[in-house]
Design a protein around this ligand. Structure first.
Ligand code: GLA
Length: 359
């Protein structure tokens, strides 16, 4: 039997720039110190033998076929490799993860990227980083069927410790911005809710944005200014478009604030982003809004907002060091009273991108 080789890719959190990455916009994520880790070796029986510790599930198959389950993220990567002419030998893959799922930290991209990187190494393809981003995303869009943007896979590949990535998703140009947060730190609150509509609503938002461009006769949101949106008769489309354009502006401003260490100003933009996602893009939910509204009243919190696709999941919080626990304790109590649920939180430490590790 061939020796195992082990690879890991980080999750990511997006500071700001939500629902902009499939609209040729800007994002500002960083990769975090929680990973999906995969062990790979060639198999001499089935085409795929996959085991996940997380789900305690074993899967074997000789076909490249959708299953409707988590294993599609893996099969999808093999499919994408072969679509692009990179043949993949039968493979045994074990998945481990300390990256929570469904919180908006992009465990699916971390899984795709770790598997893709592993396959490239084991098959000796030496696939370039940008190519890996493309293949991982293709697996998610064309095989799994979530028409995601490029932010998650990009961050899992290009992440760098102590830095955020300012990415222009149209030009695919990027800049590392040091995460100098001064007396502040980022935390992530897990609302513990994930509403079922997230997949369908995500794809629906994409269609709405495409419709905006079609009606206005533009190829990209980058050719649009707020004023142009007046020509849209449908109020819902006007709201969606306004979110995208203003969110892009907020990312550009956030980059400047982060460079200058202006945390209060950065925090204000996080709140603005949240309220725009709530009122204009309409992807938040009651539980998450409750949390953000609560934090808004706390002096030590500079800003907070929902992260990821929406409809539940996580809230990123920019808070003064040493103040979070007390605030979280109070919030947890109110949340339990209001929704009868427990809250959780995670520390958000930055980490580097995909890599091979000692087995
Ligand atoms: C999901 C997608 C990303 C991005 C966000 C919203 O995480 O995978 O590409 O669109 O939603 O910003």
């Amino acid at each position: 039997m061939e020796e195992w080789r082990k690879f890991r890719a980080p999750g990511r959190v997006n500071i700001i720039g939500e629902h902009t990455d499939y609209n040729d916009g800007f994002v500002l994520p960083f990769s975090i110190d929680m990973h999906v880790q995969v062990k790979l070796r060639r198999s001499n029986s089935h085409r795929f033998i996959v085991y996940s510790e997380y789900f305690d599930e074993h899967f074997e198959s000789d076909e490249i076929k959708r299953t409707g389950k988590w294993v599609d993220y893996i099969i999808g990567v093999v499919w994408a490799f072969e679509e692009d002419g990179y043949k993949v030998d039968p493979m045994e893959i074990h998945v481990e993860s300390n990256l929570p799922m469904g919180v908006g930290l992009s465990s699916s991209a971390a899984l795709e990227v770790s598997v893709g990187y592993g396959l490239s190494k084991i098959m000796n393809y030496g696939i370039a980083k940008m190519e890996l981003v493309r293949i991982a995303r293709k697996a998610e869009v064309e095989f799994v069927g979530v028409r995601c943007g490029v932010m998650d896979q990009f961050t899992a590949v290009f992440g760098r410790k102590d830095n955020a990535i300012f990415l222009d998703t149209m030009k695919m140009e990027f800049e590392y911005i040091p995460l100098n947060l001064g007396e502040f730190e980022f935390k992530l609150i897990d609302s513990k809710v994930k509403h079922e509509l997230s997949f369908s609503e995500y794809n629906r938002r994409r269609r709405e944005c495409e419709e905006i461009l079609k009606i206005l006769g533009k190829r990209s949101f980058r050719e649009l200014a707020i004023d142009d949106l007046k020509d849209l008769k449908d109020e819902k489309l006007r709201k969606r478009g306004t979110h995208v354009l203003e969110e892009n502006r907020r990312v550009l401003e956030s980059v400047e604030h982060l460079k200058r260490g202006e945390m209060i100003e950065l925090g204000r933009l996080l709140y603005e982003s949240h309220y725009s996602l709530r009122d204009l893009y309409e992807v938040s939910c009651e539980e998450v809004d409750f949390i953000v509204d609560f934090l808004r009243e706390c002096e030590s919190v500079a800003g907070a907002r929902m992260v990821g696709g929406g409809f539940g999941g996580g809230i990123i919080v920019l808070v003064k060091k040493g103040r979070f626990n007390e605030i979280f304790g109070r919030l947890r109590e109110s949340y339990r009273r209001m929704f009868g649920r427990n809250l959780d939180y995670l520390d958000l430490k930055s980490a580097g991108g995909v890599e091979e590790v000692e087995p």
